[in-house]
Design a binder for this molecule. Structure first.
Ligand SMILES: Nc1ncnc2c1ncn2[C@@H]1O[C@H](COP(=O)(O)OP(=O)(O)OP(=O)(O)O)[C@@H](O)[C@H]1O
Length: 329
């Protein structure tokens, strides 16, 4: 059950801006097991999508360094033809924006069948259609035969996201990456989609990377959590340790912004500021230092490392020790 599916080591993904490359994902290491949901959480611009796109090999103009082992095979420099075989069959992705991920000119049924055909060329057209309808049913579409014949613009946002999920799971991938899968949806639909993703973990025994900026969603869904800030993982732990004993100032601030979690914790101490732009990221020292100026310089490491504070619970930089919110000495 706990077989390691994906292992990322020192992954660095850089974008060219002007004459230079700037790392949006900077020496990230993590692993995902089968039947596990690893949530990656962080504010906008922290590098979550850049990381997901690197795993899927979807960047067209970025430079990717480091290792991404999928079932033991390093896939960073895999030729496009081999990567294509993995994508859609072994690895599925649920995108943030379902409308732009679907072809507006093709009916839903054809879009699902296209991916089925790519990886199961021997299926007859009758078998493919039956499987497509079955998938639509599986993701909770009430009239799958009808939806099969519809175009994306004829569906609601929630229905489109279900179609994206049907496409992502069509070939029962071992690894599923869901990038903000519910951001564009209203709350009731959000809950249904999250429920569906949770069911998938058990049904197809998949390892899932769930990308979100919403720690409420993380608390509901994740087995383990990696918190990203400015291209780096600043804390990684199982969900219970993270919720009950978050150590990094950034994680503590994120947790404080969930109303329900405030009752037991410091009252709404949320650290102000935003993730710096890629060009302006501090490349030396603790990247979070500028957002906690009341903490003494000496609390930070020159070259911040990950520290194991409990089994499997790692925190970056020594500034977590004795950290306090400004009005809470
Ligand atoms: N193609 C690109 N070229 C240049 N910079 C990019 C490119 N794609 C992303 N970036 C930059 O890389 C950084 C990380 O972006 P990324 O989209 O991975 O963040 P994110 O955490 O997924 O944010 P969001 O939640 O808004 O999707 C940001 O500073 C972003 O502006």
């Amino acid at each position: 059950m706990n077989e390691e599916l994906l292992k990322i080591e020192n992954l660095t993904t850089s974008f060219r801006i002007g004459d230079d490359y700037y790392a949006a994902v900077d020496h990230v290491s993590l692993a995902v097991k089968k039947n596990e949901i690893l949530a990656i959480v962080g504010e906008s611009g922290s590098g979550k999508s850049a990381l997901a796109f690197s795993v899927m090999g979807l960047h067209t103009r970025a430079k990717t360094e480091g290792q991404i082992y999928y079932k033991g095979q390093d896939i960073v420099n895999l030729p496009p033809s081999k990567l294509n075989k993995l994508r859609g069959k072994e690895m599925g992705m649920i995108f943030q924006d379902p409308l732009s991920a679907l072809n507006p000119l093709m009916i839903i049924g054809d879009q699902i069948e296209e991916i089925l055909l790519l990886h199961n060329p021997k299926l007859s057209s009758k078998e493919r259609k039956a499987k497509a309808i079955d998938l639509l049913q599986k993701v909770g579409i009430p009239r799958p035969e009808h939806t099969y014949t519809q175009y994306p613009h004829q569906l609601s946002g929630g229905m489109r996201q279900r179609v994206i999920i049907a496409i992502a799971i069509a070939n029962e991938p071992s690894l599923l990456i869901a990038d903000e899968p519910t951001t564009a949806l209203d709350v009731t639909i959000q809950l249904q989609i999250l429920d569906l993703i949770r069911k998938l973990k058990n049904d197809i025994n998949a390892g899932i990377i769930l990308i979100t900026h919403d720690l409420g969603v993380v608390a509901e869904m994740a087995d383990r959590v990696a918190v990203m800030y400015a291209g780096q993982i600043v804390e990684i732990a199982d969900i219970y340790s993270l919720i009950s004993n978050a150590r990094h100032p950034y994680t503590r601030s994120l947790l404080n912004s969930i109303p329900a979690s405030n009752e037991k914790q410091e009252k709404l101490h949320v650290i102000q500021g935003i993730v710096p732009s890629l060009k302006n990221l501090p490349r030396k020292g603790c990247r979070f230092k500028a957002r906690i100026p009341w903490i003494d310089e000496s609390a930070h490491e020159e070259n911040p490392q990950m520290h194991e504070v409990a089994p499997g619970h790692f925190v970056r930089c020594t500034c977590y020790k004795g950290f306090h919110f400004p009005d809470h000495n």
